[in-house]
Design a protein around this ligand. Structure first.
Ligand code: UD1
Length: 423
C-alpha cells in the first residue's frame, strides 16, 4: 500500500461551515446487505466515497453484484440479480474488518461462504468467535482450516434465541444479515444498540424484511422469504462530526456542522460542554464555539452505545493535550487503542499510558513534528495534534485516515485550517 501524508500548519482558530459525510459504519453493512436483494436494484443515498466503501463495492462486484457510484449525488446503486460468487480472497478480506459481514450475506444468498479472516485497524485482538458461535447456533456448519473459514447452510438455517456475550456491533449486524431471509423467529439478546444497527434494520425493512427492536438490546427478526430492491438514505457520520468538534474545542473558534443527528452525540456533547464549549443544536445541525483553552475532564471511559464511543477516544485525547488540567482516558472496548499516544508525545504532549488507562496532562501548547497514523481514528487524532501544534506537522500513513474520511483535508480547510495532501 502506498504511503500518503498530510502536512498541517497549526495554531489557527477554526471557523466556518461544513456538511458532515454519510456514515461509514452504516454504509458498509447496508452495502453488504444489497447482496440479499434478488429482485430489483438498491439505491443508497448519502453514501460516503471512501476506501472502505470502495473495497466493499469491489467485493460485491467479484461476487457478481454490479455497483455504480454517482459521485455528485453520493448515491451508490447496486444490482444483485445475477450474484454467483460464494468465496472472497484473503487479500480482499484483509483490507477491512467489516468484510466479515459478507459471511452472513453470502450464506443468506447462496447457502455457502468461503472466506478468510477479516483485517481492519490494529486496535486489539478483534476476534470473530461471537460471529462463529452465533452462526453455529443458527444452523451453519463451519470448518476453519489453514486461515480459511468454510461455512455451509444448505440444509437450512435454524432460527433461534441468540444471546451475545457482549454487544458486538459486527456480530449483531452479521446475524441480522444471515437471518433476515429465513423461516421463523430469531431473537438476538444483548444486541449492540448503536444507531448504525438501527440504520441497517431500517434498510433491510425497506427491502421487505421484518426486523424490530434495533436500538434496544433485544432484536427480533421474523424471517421473510425474499427481499426486493429499495432506496435508503445513510445516516450522518457521528464520528466524523465528533472529529471536527473536538478539533474546534482544542483550537478555538466557531464551527457549524450540517447533517448531524445530535441525538447520536449526547454523551460527547456533554463532555464538550464540560470542556467549555458553547453548543447549540437543531434537529440536524450543531454549532460549537470555543473561547480559550479547553478544560480537562476528570475521566473519559469508552463504553458501548449510548456510552462514550471508542472511535472518538483518539480525537478527544488529542484535544485534551492542551487542556487546563489532567484527563484520564479508560479504554474498555479495545486492548490496543492508544497507539496515537506516543505519536502525540512527539508533538510535546504529556501522556502516560498504562495498559488500558492513559493520563493526559494538558500543556499550554504543542510543537509540530513528524508523526505517523497507525489506524483510522488514531490518524484523525494526529491531524488534530497538528492543528493544535506550533509550526508544521507531517502525518504519514494518511491512507488509514482515507479509509473513513472522504476528504479530511478539504473539510478542515473549509474550516480555515492550513492542511495539504502529499507534500
Ligand atoms: C464496530 C465499528 C468500529 C467500532 C466498534 C466498537 C464498524 C465497521 N466498525 O467494530 O468502528 O470501534 O464497532 O464500537 O462498524 N468481540 C469479540 N468477539 C467477537 C466480536 C467482537 O470478542 O466475535 C469484541 C471485540 O474484540 C471488542 C468488542 O467485542 O472488544 C466490540 O467489538 P465489535 O462491537 O464487534 O466491533 P466491530 O464490529 O469490529
Amino acid at each position: 500500500m502506498t504511503d500518503s501524508c498530510l502536512t498541517v500548519s497549526g495554531r489557527r482558530k477554526l471557523s466556518g461551515e461544513i456538511k458532515v459525510q454519510g456514515c461509514k459504519n452504516s454504509a458498509l453493512p447496508c452495502l453488504t446487505a444489497c447482496l440479499l436483494c434478488e429482485k430489483g436494484r438498491c439505491r443508497l443515498k448519502n453514501c460516503p466515497r471512501l476506501t472502505d466503501v470502495e473495497n466493499t463495492a469491489e467485493i460485491l462486484e467479484t461476487l457478481g453484484c454490479r455497483c455504480a457510484f454517482c459521485e455528485q449525488e453520493k448515491i451508490i446503486e447496486t444490482d444483485a440479480e445475477n450474484v454467483f460468487g460464494t468465496a472472497i480472497e484473503n487479500e480482499m478480506m484483509n483490507r477491512m474488518r467489516s468484510s466479515i459481514l459478507f459471511m452472513g450475506a453470502m450464506l443468506s444468498r447462496n447457502g455457502e461462504a468461503d472466506l478468510g479472516y477479516p483485517g481492519g485497524c490494529e486496535i486489539g485482538l478483534r476476534p470473530i468467535d461471537m460471529h462463529l458461535g452465533a452462526f453455529r447456533r443458527l444452523g451453519v456448519k463451519i470448518e476453519e482450516e489453514g486461515g480459511m473459514i468454510r461455512c455451509r447452510a444448505r440444509s437450512g438455517l435454524k432460527p433461534a434465541q441468540v444471546p451475545l456475550l457482549c454487544p458486538s456491533v459486527g456480530a449483531t449486524e452479521n446475524i441480522m444479515l444471515l437471518m433476515a431471509k429465513s423461516d421463523g423467529e430469531t431473537v438476538i439478546r444483548n444486541a449492540a444498540r448503536e444507531p448504525e444497527i438501527v440504520d441497517l434494520q431500517n434498510f433491510l425493512n425497506a427491502m421487505g424484511a421484518d426486523i424490530r427492536g434495533a436500538g434496544s438490546d433485544v432484536i427480533v427478526i421474523n424471517g421473510v422469504k425474499r427481499l426486493r430492491g429499495a432506496e435508503f438514505e445513510i445516516m450522518p457520520d457521528r464520528i466524523a462530526a465528533l472529529t471536527y468538534m473536538s478539533a474546534a474545542a482544542a483550537c478555538g473558534g466557531k464551527i457549524y456542522l450540517k447533517d448531524v443527528n445530535p441525538e447520536h452525540l449526547s454523551i460527547c456533547l456533554a463532555v464538550l460542554r464540560d470542556m467549555g464549549a458553547e453548543i447549540k443544536i437543531t434537529a440536524d445541525s450543531v454549532s460549537l464555539e470555543m473561547k480559550g483553552r479547553p478544560r480537562a475532564v476528570k475521566r473519559i471511559k469508552t463504553l458501548y452505545y449510548p456510552g462514550f464511543p471508542t472511535d472518538a477516544q483518539p480525537a478527544f485525547m488529542a484535544a485534551m493535550t492542551i487542556a487546563k488540567g489532567a484527563t484520564v482516558f479508560v479504554e474498555s472496548i479495545f486492548e490496543n487503542r492508544f497507539r496515537h499516544a506516543p505519536e502525540l508525545v512527539k508533538l510535546g504532549a504529556d501522556i502516560d499510558v498504562n495498559i488500558c488507562h492513559a493520563i493526559v496532562r494538558g500543556r499550554e501548547c504543542l510543537s509540530g513534528a513528524d508523526v505517523r497514523a497507525f489506524d483510522l481514528r488514531g490518524g484523525a487524532a494526529m491531524v488534530i495534534g497538528g492543528l493544535i501544534a506550533d509550526g508544521t506537522t507531517c502525518v504519514s500513513g494518511a491512507q488509514h485516515i482515507e479509509r473513513g474520511y472522504e476528504d479530511i483535508a478539504a473539510d478542515f480547510e473549509a474550516l480555515g485550517a492550513d492542511i495539504k495532501k502529499n507534500c
